[in-house]
Design a protein around this ligand. Structure first.
Ligand code: MEV
Length: 426
């Protein structure tokens, strides 16, 4: 039986759910009930979420948590995080507390430039194209004047428009490479609107055959860069064998730089923290992910985003990443929880948010490397995992305490916990 349908988007929400249930659900009643159990009883709020995307049927919840006790450039922060992975927030909170007594995190925004490109094909004489571009360049700024007015008032706008010859990469391929400053907004809509206006004017020539292919921002933002760092004396890093474990930590970073398989997992751990804050603040985590991983491969080899060294017995650990974030516009305004997250973060500018997000990435990486090079991560993971399994079985305090004690030094698996629980119930 075909599972194709035309006009799906025109059906009501109820009709869409019924169609879905008829097509795919094993237990229709249960499936429909599950979808509806995630509807928000506040109809206005539900409508808001319905309208974010097309064909909304329900809501998909992520736990929303906070990690307190971060000290960043001497200021206290409690950081909201939206993530499903059990150990991430616990690790962030632990590391925040750890560094709060060792000078806290230091951060610096290195640059804030974003990039958009008008990609076009041109098979004529390059010098004619250059002459045409130079003759029209000021008009390319002028045609965006209306669009950029508010942004210019806020100190942003188009910084430069360059003509780039890309024919060594692809026959007849040129681009207008446009750099932007978008202040507190992520600026995707602003950049794309400017680029389309620029492209429309640029192609209006009777003498040259310019074929615009597309106009779009780039999510690769190596010049929208932030650095976060921590440092302390080597002996302050571990309770015992500090020099030995610090060296292991440094070796773990060297391995991530030498070995792309390890680098990807290493950076994934960093993104655990970054994505959680990016999502909680209503920012575009796909854009951040794409840009960050491209940056990790900028030398031609995929490497660690973080670095560490020991100098004069001081341990330094840092992270440098490109982050294109906004604290105004987009979902940051529309999503009530995103708005609240920014309030929890004391209404940061985009630059401050870049710093906060980088800090959580660094904290996450610190937690992962510290665990991996000492006890291994499974101990901590399994403790959380055990807690989650027990929660599904019982809330009886005595039973919970018994199971926690029983599995203290035993391997945890869902079936083992269920078996032990069944035994105490027998
Ligand atoms: C798990 O989500 C993240 C880690 O694998 C990161 C790492 O290995 O560095 C623990």
């Amino acid at each position: 039986m075909s599972k194709q349908i035309t006009g799906f988007s025109k059906l009501t929400k109820e009709e869409k759910i019924t169609w879905l249930a008829n097509q795919f659900f094993t237990d229709k009643k249960q499936g429909i009930a599950t979808l509806k159990s995630y509807w928000n009883s506040n109809e206005k709020l539900q409508k808001l979420h319905d309208d974010f995307i097309e064909n909304t049927l329900s809501n998909f919840y992520f736990p929303y948590a906070v990690a307190p006790n971060f000290v960043i450039n001497g200021k206290d922060y409690t950081i909201p995080m939206a993530i499903e992975e059990s150990s991430v927030v616990a690790a962030a909170a632990l590391v925040a507390k750890f560094w709060s007594t060792r000078g806290g995190f230091k951060t610096k925004v290195i640059s804030t430039t974003k990039i958009g490109q008008v990609h076009f094909m041109f098979s004529g004489n390059e010098s004619d194209l250059v002459a045409y571009f130079n003759s029209i360049k000021s008009e390319l700024f002028e045609v965006t004047n209306n669009i950029t007015k508010n942004m210019r008032n806020r100190g942003g706008g188009i910084l430069d428009i360059e003509l780039r010859n890309k024919t060594s990469d692809l026959n007849n391929y040129y681009q207008l490479h446009v750099t932007f400053e978008t202040k507190d907004s992520m600026g995707a809509n602003f950049i794309n609107t400017c680029l389309e206006a620029i492209a429309n004017h640029f192609k209006e020539t009777e003498t040259l055959d310019i074929q615009i292919v597309m106009s779009i921002l780039s999510n690769y933002v190596p010049d929208c860069l932030v650095r976060a760092e921590v440092s302390c004396k080597v002996e302050e890093l571990y309770k015992e064998d500090a020099a030995h474990y610090t060296q292991k930590f440094i070796n773990a970073l060297a391995i991530a730089n030498a070995e792309p398989h390890r680098a990807v997992t290493h950076n994934k751990g960093i993104m655990n923290g970054i994505d959680a804050v990016v999502i909680a603040t209503g920012n575009d985590f796909r854009a951040v992910e794409a840009g960050v991983h491209a940056y990790a491969a900028r030398t031609g080899k995929y490497q660690s985003l973080s670095g560490a060294k020991i100098e004069n017995n001081i341990f330094y650990f840092w992270l440098e990443i490109p982050l294109s974030l906004g604290t105004v516009g987009g979902l940051t305004k529309l999503h009530p929880l995103a708005k609240l997250s920014l309030e929890i973060l004391q209404k940061p500018t985009a630059k401050e948010l870049m710093e906060i997000v980088a800090v959580v990435g660094l904290a996450q990486n610190f937690a992962a490397l510290r665990a991996l090079t000492t006890t291994g991560i499974q101990k901590g993971h399994m403790k959380m995992h055990l807690g989650n399994i027990i929660k599904q079985l019982t809330t009886d305090e005595k039973e919970v305490a018994y199971l926690l004690e029983y599995f203290k030094n035993k391997p945890v698996s869902h079936s083992a916990v269920v078996a032990e629980f069944d035994k105490i119930k027998a």
